[in-house]
Design a protein around this ligand. Structure first.
Ligand SMILES: [Zn+2]
Length: 237
């Protein structure tokens, strides 16, 4: 089947804090523990995912090249058939959904939502997809995630601390997919071509302004996208 890529931008302005997982307190997230006022730090995030992958066979964790921060780019893969290797992923007949988080680490909603999603899938709280591998980049801009502050997004409604927009070398990674000046973008290109996902979700929030609306969503112009994908976007999505 010819793979078609659909690019979405998710604008998640607010996450409900009603999801409390009570079966295993060890896997309650920073977001939940703080009633939605905190987002996991880089090190908390990676430690959580590694523990999740140790505990649940459906979760596999990989290092996919280096970033400008000196830390590797991590990839989490959820497969309801259990642990999976990179060569099995390469040859899979399943569809692949790739979620990229924290290209702008201050836009933390996707980072926290992905932890909840992977955990809830792993514990069986959410019905598991049979024909899809869920691939998640926990945080793409690691240097930015490590450079936390509480003042660069003053009008944003939380969290208390968050990462900075620029990466370890102050590049905006959302402007570097074509140039690939950063190690992050070079690692991402390899990862993306390796996975060749059917659907790619890049999570953002806003630019930190004081938005009037709880949720904003927008699509690309369907006639610029064109072809079958453009028609699908316009008539189905
Ligand atoms: Zn953004």
């Amino acid at each position: 089947m010819k793979k078609q890529l659909l690019f979405f931008t998710f604008l998640l302005i607010y996450l409900t804090n009603s999801t409390i997982y009570s079966q295993n307190d060890n896997f309650v997230t920073v977001f939940e523990k703080s009633n939605g006022s905190k987002t996991a730090t880089y090190h908390q995030l990676i430690a959580y995912y590694k523990e999740l992958a140790t505990y649940f066979p459906a979760i596999s964790v990989f290092e996919m090249g280096l970033t400008d921060s000196g830390f590797p780019l991590h990839l989490l893969v959820y497969n309801n058939g259990g642990k999976i290797t990179l060569s099995e992923i390469k040859n899979t007949k399943k569809n692949i959904l790739l979620i990229n988080n924290g290209i702008h680490p201050g836009e933390s909603d996707g980072i926290d939502a992905s932890i909840l999603l992977l955990r809830d899938l792993a514990v069986g709280k959410i019905k598991s997809p049979n024909n899809t591998l869920l691939a998640v980049i926990p945080v793409y801009n690691i240097g930015g995630a490590l450079n936390r502050n509480s003042t660069t997004r003053t009008n944003q409604n939380g969290p208390l601390e968050y990462g900075f927009r620029g990466n370890a070398r102050n590049y905006d990674l959302n402007r570097d997919f074509i140039k690939c000046d950063t190690k992050n973008a070079q690692a991402f290109s390899k990862l993306f071509h390796f996975l060749n996902p059917q659907v790619f979700v890049d999570t953002h929030v806003s630019n930190g302004a004081d938005y009037q609306y709880t949720l904003t969503h927008l699509f690309t112009q369907h006639n610029k996208l064109g072809g079958e994908a453009g028609n699908y976007l316009h008539t189905v999505l």
